[in-house]
Design a protein around this ligand. Structure first.
Ligand code: XMP
Length: 320
């Protein structure tokens, strides 16, 4: 598959014109739907789809219970301000039921994928009569899935999966030839606010990729609180991505002079251009110390905070 960008000469304006044409040609007089998660890729696709299809596109925000603090309402409101109506679908119970008892990373990813595409979107497509799902798969997602590194939630055709047969609709992927740096340029050119086109990447399966072991609402809440602190403390650091991970095993800590067998949070902060390779950001000691103090005092049950010092490879960016 040829990548449209030629390193620094990627022309976002040209790309937008071509993709708008291609989306309208495919959808014609039909309807399409898309899922906005508030990540860079889905935000860019939502805007591109809106430009191409206007009221022939219906945009949903699937609240899978795995999102960051207040994310569904915040993102829906930002898009409303941009003239794009977003309907929030509460699917929390479905996702947590599907994840119940699963500990294997790839099984957890598959459970999120099936719940999203077959269950939640299958139903929305049937109800709306849409023929197409527009989504923000990018080249890095495809690379890693095809290479067998991890099964990204949004890759099908490249694995020989016929989505029409499997889920009852076709998937359009206007960003599939781009990497993150080019996607950001498209977002800027489309007039998205900087908050949306320049925010750190956030994976489709969301905080489920940051809980080691079984994903439960309680564990997600722990990682969500640590994430809020981390995102607040590192917002000006200019790193590619930063994340908090909840480990499955406990460690002996102490609180008030007594033993406290508590939770462990691992922090990762990455320097990278396109997520294919990445190195840990050399954070100032004071920043790390501050993060450890805030997380152990503000997130219930956490007694230990560690910082990952491994590059990708051998690490990957997310833990799952
Ligand atoms: P990894 O963990 O494979 O991540 O080094 C590379 C980049 O991809 C993001 N990521 C995902 N994005 N669906 C997505 O849309 C997924 O299933 C998924 N898994 C990882 C990750 O956050 C990083 O930016």
């Amino acid at each position: 598959m040829g990548e449209i960008r030629i390193e620094n000469h990627f022309n976002a304006q040209h790309f937008i014109v071509k993709q708008i044409q291609s989306i309208s040609d495919k959808v014609q007089n039909g309807y399409a739907i898309n899922a906005l998660s508030g990540g860079v890729d889905s935000s860019v696709v939502t805007m591109l789809g809106h430009r191409a299809l206007e009221n022939k596109l219906k945009t949903y925000f699937i609240d899978n219970g795995l999102m960051r603090q207040d994310e569904p309402e915040k993102i829906a409101s930002m898009f409303n301000d941009l003239g794009v109506k977003v309907e929030i679908i509460d699917a929390k119970e479905k996702f947590f039921n599907a994840l119940k008892g699963l500990t294997d990373p790839e099984e957890k990813r598959e459970a999120v994928t099936q719940t999203f595409y077959k269950d939640v979107f299958g139903k929305l497509v049937r109800e709306s009569g849409a023929k197409y799902l527009l989504q923000g798969t990018i080249l890095t997602d495809v690379d890693e899935t095809v290479a067998g590194v991890k099964r990204q939630h949004n890759v099908f055709e490249q694995l020989g999966i016929d989505t029409q047969k499997e889920f009852g609709y076709k998937i359009l992927e206007p960003l599939v030839q781009l990497r993150k740096d080019s996607v950001r340029k498209v977002g800027k050119e489309l007039g998205l606010p900087e908050f949306l086109y320049d925010r750190p990447p956030f994976p489709g399966p969301a905080l489920a990729t940051r809980v080691i072991g079984e994903v439960t609402p309680e564990k997600v809440e722990t990682v969500r609180r640590a994430t809020s602190i981390l995102e607040h403390e590192l917002k000006d650091i200019n790193a590619f991505q930063y994340l908090a991970i909840l480990h499955n095993d406990r460690v002996t800590g102490m609180r008030g002079g007594k033993r406290d067998y508590g939770l462990q949070i691992e922090l990762r902060c990455w320097d990278s251009v396109d997520a294919r390779t990445a190195t840990p950001t050399d954070l100032p000691y004071q920043t790390k110390d501050n993060l450890a103090k805030r997380i152990t005092s503000e997130v219930p049950g956490v007694v230990s905070v560690t910082y990952n010092i491994t590059s990708k490879p051998t690490s990957t960016i997310e833990a799952i």
